[in-house]
Structure formats: structure tokens, C-alpha cells
Design a protein around this ligand. Structure first.
Ligand code: AMP
Length: 434
């Protein structure tokens, strides 16, 4: 039997992994600028954490979790990052140490969804969570952070969708209103949505089925059910986004698939059709009830978002970020291997990216390999160099060569060569150092 990666899970190998590092470091840089610090929580959590917080009746909990029992513990490989982060926040009594906490995370998530373009079973998210601030100023900051990431990746074709689910019993009242609206039109709905009329009517609003969308078009809006405080919160958030000149659309059909949200909900969607139905790049919202429901003595307001890294990378054009090979060290005979190993180690310890070619071969072959790997310098050690304690440096950009002694100043001379400009025009003037 041929062993292959699990369906819906893929290997990220070089050179693609350079793109991932680029994306993740853009995200980290921006998140840290906004005052977020990294939280690393376990990939495995107790199953009830997700069942309780994400909610029975959601697709994630009902159909998509990788859950198993081990030593009588019910465990789940995390399908998302928010519940685990909130669990860590409560367990570690973080609220006692600081009034407001800003955490970010980057890592794999697991959902047994039907694989499609932009939808995997192991996928990666980068996300941020703020605890202890009820907004809406920080809600606006969080959306601004998302915009900054999207802009840093060069993805301009995005639209921000905004909604509020209210607090208190708004959600429950909205569910009832939707059930009352859909019940008489049940026959017009898709089979899946028919089943949701009572269990989870909010999900009918973001159904992809055309029939459902037609019925949902006239469904009551949650915004009509908001109380004064929730409405003021939502309006102030919109005012802050206007202050930042961030465009958005208020989208009362935006409900999102997880149960824990209260008040602010937002999504960034690409307006290109590259990802088809998987157009949501970032999803987030407020979850003011979760921390207390996890056992914290008092309510702690919270808001967060998660961005799907696979989807962002499908749309972004990462720059070539593989580090440039500085020195290709080529011993021309086996007796030179020891010297070559010492040379390459000295250069690496001085911070240079080096390759050592122990495969042997002719001078021509070595130079071809060095050029093939994009090397800047090729350091040759043959019979003459061995006899005189030296190395011949071939400058592959300038087509020059020079023999230098392997003395204390050797690394500095290589450095001077590398400091010289790559195209051989001599503009940096460092050549004299050789
Ligand atoms: P969610 O945690 O469902 O709110 O999703 C947040 C973001 O994660 C989405 O907008 C997607 O970009 C990404 N995402 C969610 N599920 C998947 C998946 N199965 N495959 C790839 N990306 C996903």
C-alpha cells in the first residue's frame, strides 16, 4: 500500500515554505506593532471545550472535529484557535496580571470538511484576540490590523462585511424571529436548510444554495432587534472605521458558523473569483460571554479574528525570499575535505550562507553547480591551495578570481568580497579590501 498524506492535508516544502515564512513574518510584524504578543497553546484540547463554546448544531462541532478518546479523556485536535486561547486566558488567571490582554497565534487547525480549493482538513490560521476591552475602539483597531495585513500582502481587492449580533438575548430573539420567518416557507429551502429551521436558522442566511438565498433575501434583519446600547456600539464602530477611511458594507446576513459571537462580526472577503465559494479570507467577531462561561469569576469582554493562510497565499505574490547563497565551497580532491570543512564552518559561524560540495568532480562541474545554486562566490581548494594553505575565490558575478591565504584575515577578505555589489560594477568600492 502506498502511504500518502491524509486527504485534505498537504506538505509545505521548499521553496513554497519560504512563502509561508514571508507571510507569517508580515503578520507577526504587524500584530506586534499593534501590541499583540504570541500565545502558543496545545493542538489538543478537551472535546467539551469546543462543543460548549463553538456550539452543538454548528458544522464544526457536529461534523468536522477530529475527536478521539485516549486514557479515558475525550480529546479534539483544535478546529480553531479562539476557544483554546480563552481557556488558557482563564486557566492562567491572566486577567489578574493585566487589565487588557492582546494575544496572537499562528498555527495549524483541523476540520474534516470536504476538501476543495481553499478548503483543507489541515489548514493554517493566524489570529488575534483581545481580552478585557469592550470596544468599539479596539474592534476598529482589530479591523485596521486586518487591513494592514491585507495591504502588506498586496491584496487590494477585498471588501469588509460588518454586522452586529447584539448581546444579551438578541441572538435568541433573532433565532426565534428567523424560525418564524422560515417555517411557512420551509418547502422552498434546500434539504440541509430545512433541517436548520429550528436548530440553527442563522446558518440559512449564509447558505450557498440559490434557493436558500432567494428565501433568505427577505428575512428579518438582526439590526432591527438590537437594543440601544448594542446599536450605539455598532454605530460607534462604524464611525471609527469612517475616521480611518476604511470602507465597509453593513451586511445583516453575516452570521458566521460559530455560536460564540456577540455584537461585532466582521469578514474580509476577496472580490476576485480565484477562490470561488471560499472567498472569506478573514473572519472575526466579539465573544463577550466566552471567558465567563469557561469559569472566570466575572465577565471579560473579548474580540478576535482568524485569517486563513492558505487562502491568503493563493492570492498573494510573495517576493523571492530564499537567502542568497554566499559561498559555494568546492574541495577539488578528497584530501581537501578537512580544510574545506573548516573553511565552511568558519564562514557559517561568521554568518554567511554556505554550501559544501563533498561529491567531488571536475572544476567545471563544481563551478556549474555553484552557478546553478545562485552562489556569489565559489571557493576552490585544490592541490596548489592545499600546498600553500590558501583558497582560490572565484567571484561568480564579476568573473574574477583571487587566491587568499587561510590566515586570521581570511573571513574578513571573503566578507569584503560579499559586501561588494553583486553586479560587478564596483559601486560600493569594497573591492580594495580584497
Ligand atoms: P473560521 O475559523 O471558520 O471563522 O475561519 C476563519 C478563516 O480561516 C476563514 O476565513 C478562512 O480563511 C480560513 N479557513 C477556515 N476553514 C478553512 C479550511 N477548511 N481550509 C482553509 N481555510 C479555512
Amino acid at each position: 500500500m502506498e502511504l500518502r498524506a491524509v486527504r485534505g492535508m498537504r506538505d509545505i516544502l521548499p521553496p513554497e515554505s519560504w512563502d509561508w515564512q514571508w507571510l507569517e513574518s508580515r503578520f507577526r510584524e504587524i500584530a506586534e506593532r499593534y501590541g499583540f504578543a504570541e500565545a502558543r497553546t496545545p493542538l489538543l484540547e478537551a472535546t467539551p471545550l469546543f462543543v460548549r463554546e463553538i456550539g452543538a448544531g454548528t458544522d464544526v462541532v457536529d461534523k468536522e472535529m477530529y475527536s478521539f478518546e485516549r486514557h479515558r479523556d475525550q480529546l479534539t485536535v483544535r478546529p480553531e484557535g479562539t476557544a483554546g486561547a480563552a481557556r488558557a486566558y482563564v486557566q492562567n488567571a491572566v486577567s489578574g496580571r493585566e487589565p487588557v490582554t492582546r494575544w496572537y497565534y499562528v498555527g495549524p487547525m483541523f476540520r474534516a470538511e470536504r476538501p476543495a480549493k481553499g478548503r483543507y482538513r489541515q489548514f493554517h490560521q493566524a489570529g488575534c484576540e483581545i481580552y478585557g476591552d469592550e470596544g468599539p475602539l479596539c474592534d476598529a483597531e482589530l479591523i485596521a490590523l486586518c487591513v494592514d495585513v491585507i495591504t502588506a500582502l498586496g491584496l487590494d481587492d477585498c471588501r469588509i462585511h460588518l454586522n452586529s449580533l447584539g448581546s444579551g438575548d438578541t441572538r435568541a430573539r433573532y433565532r426565534d424571529a428567523l424560525t418564524a420567518y422560515f417555517e411557512p416557507r420551509r418547502a422552498e429551502l434546500s434539504e440541509v436548510s430545512q433541517r436548520r429551521v429550528h436548530d440553527n436558522p442563522l446558518r440559512i442566511l449564509d447558505s450557498k444554495s440559490e434557493a436558500d438565498q432567494k428565501v433568505a433575501a427577505d428575512a428579518p434583519s438582526v439590526l432591527g432587534l438590537l437594543d440601544d446600547e448594542d446599536r450605539a456600539h455598532f454605530e460607534r464602530l462604524q464611525g471609527h472605521l469612517d475616521d480611518l477611511e476604511i470602507p465597509y458594507v453593513v451586511d445583516p446576513t453575516l452570521v458566521r458558523g460559530l455560536d460564540y459571537y456577540t455584537r461585532t462580526l466582521f469578514e474580509l472577503k476577496t472580490t476576485t473569483d480565484t477562490l470561488g465559494a471560499q472567498s472569506t479570507l478573514i473572519g472575526g467577531g466579539r465573544y463577550d460571554r466566552m471567558v465567563q462561561s469557561l469559569g472566570h469569576k466575572s465577565p471579560v469582554p473579548a474580540i478576535g479574528f482568524a485569517m486563513g493562510l492558505e487562502r491568503l497565499l493563493t492570492l498573494a505574490t510573495p517576493p523571492a525570499t530564499a537567502p542568497r547563497l554566499a559561498c559555494y565551497v568546492a574541495p577539488l580532491r578528497p584530501e581537501a575535505h578537512g580544510v574545506a570543512l573548516r573553511v565552511v564552518t568558519r564562514l557559517r559561524r561568521a554568518g554567511h550562507h554556505c554550501e559544501l560540495d563533498g561529491r567531488g568532480g571536475s572544476l567545471k562541474a563544481m563551478l556549474r553547480r555553484a552557478n546553478g545554486m545562485g552562489g556569489r562566490l565559489c571557493l576552490l581548494i585544490g592541490e596548489d591551495e592545499l600546498a600553500t594553505g590558501s583558497v582560490t575565490i572565484k567571484d561568480l558575478a564579476r568573473h574574477e578570481q583571487q587566491t587568499v591565504t587561510l590566515d586570521d584575515g581570511f573571513v574578513a577578505r571573503v566578507q569584503a568580497r560579499l559586501d561588494d555589489d553583486d553586479d560587478g560594477s564596483g559601486a560600493s568600492g569594497a573591492e580594495t579590501a580584497g
